[in-house]
Design a protein around this ligand. Structure first.
Ligand SMILES: [Cu+2]
Length: 325
């Protein structure tokens, strides 16, 4: 077991990997100050803060359009249980599809698809045509409301990382399901992942995920998109999107290939979140999911167990392992 990273080393690694526009900006906030005056005006009018350098930007994924970029989801409806192409484009202010993206973690764009009840999750890497339209075959098992997130950085001077979100409707017989109960252990395809640390509203906190299989620590995780793990956190209720990254990367001399994967994450508010960890081992990508509460007493009662007649927690867990890769 490695001792974890010193916070300074971690900050340096983050800065080296993501510059100032990614990751750091999620938690600290000053990055978007100058480019998003409108929403910060709204904050300061409320008298919350005269020192705007300490404000956090709103979480990603809540808007279909931001900073002049729009997620144009060309297939807003799919049928449950059928594989079909999900198509979309990212449009600039002129309405044209964007064709130049900066690579983040080996990809020009990361696409997340999650059901509103957070029982189904996909992390996908679509293919872009020369004209800027993207497509990826997807199969979603259950009907209901879904959210599609496009996480990308335009290749343009000064452009920052953006996560745009759009609604997707999946037709079929709709049986809403409860959010799985909070738990610090998740199992997926024979692996057990333990979550250490806690989310705190407005404060950066280290989360440590420890991977084992058959009771033995996994110490030969494989790099997946430039990291030993990718963690996405979605807020239950509105699916606010936090994309957090590990405190170090393969080959930096201090980051070991498991069993621990550390991240720093800041919850934008108290509430209940669903965390999805992607990791790669023996050539296959796995997803482990956790329900986590951020905050204290006020939120303790929110995520109650399944109501009578609802699908059991066990059944809910099966979907945590569904993965699009
Ligand atoms: Cu990705």
């Amino acid at each position: 077991m490695h001792a974890g990273l010193k916070i300074t080393a971690f900050a340096a690694a983050l800065a080296a990997t993501f510059g100032t526009a990614y990751g750091v900006g999620q938690g600290v906030g000053p990055v978007t100050e100058d480019e998003t005056p409108a929403r910060h005006d709204a904050h300061t009018e409320g008298g919350e803060s005269g020192h705007s350098g300490h404000e956090s930007p709103p979480p990603g994924g809540l808007q279909i359009s931001e900073n002049g970029y729009t997620l144009d989801l060309r297939t807003p409806r799919l049928a449950a249980g059928r594989t079909a192409d999900l198509r979309f484009a990212i449009r600039g202010e002129d309405g044209r599809a964007v064709t130049a993206f900066r690579r983040e973690h080996d990809k020009e764009l990361h696409l997340i698809v999650a059901s509103r009840d957070l029982n189904t999750y996909r992390h996908l890497h679509p293919t872009r045509a020369a004209d800027g339209t993207w497509r990826i075959p997807v199969s979603l098992p259950r009907a209901g409301g879904y959210r599609v997130f496009a996480d990308f950085t335009p290749e343009k001077k000064g452009a920052e990382n953006l996560t745009l979100g759009a609604d997707l409707a999946v037709s079929g017989t709709y049986a809403p399901r409860n959010l799985p109960a909070p738990d610090t252990t998740a199992t997926t395809e024979g692996y057990e992942v333990k979550l250490g640390g806690a989310l705190r509203p407005g404060a950066a906190r280290e989360l440590k995920l420890t991977v084992s299989r058959n009771g033995r620590p996994v110490t030969d995780l494989q790099p997946y998109l430039g990291a030993y793990g990718h963690l996405v956190a979605l807020r239950s209720g509105d699916l606010a999107y936090l994309h957090v990254h590990p405190g170090g990367e393969p080959g930096d001399g201090s980051t070991e290939p498991g069993p621990d994967i550390s991240f720093t994450a800041t919850a934008p508010s108290s509430g209940t979140y669903r965390l999805f960890l992607d990791f790669k081992h023996e050539g296959k990508v796995h997803t482990a999911a956790f329900t986590v509460r951020a905050g204290t007493a006020a939120t303790e009662e929110e995520a109650s167990g399944p109501a009578p007649g609802e699908v059991s927690e066990e059944a809910s867990h099966e979907s945590a392992g569904e993965h699009g890769h």
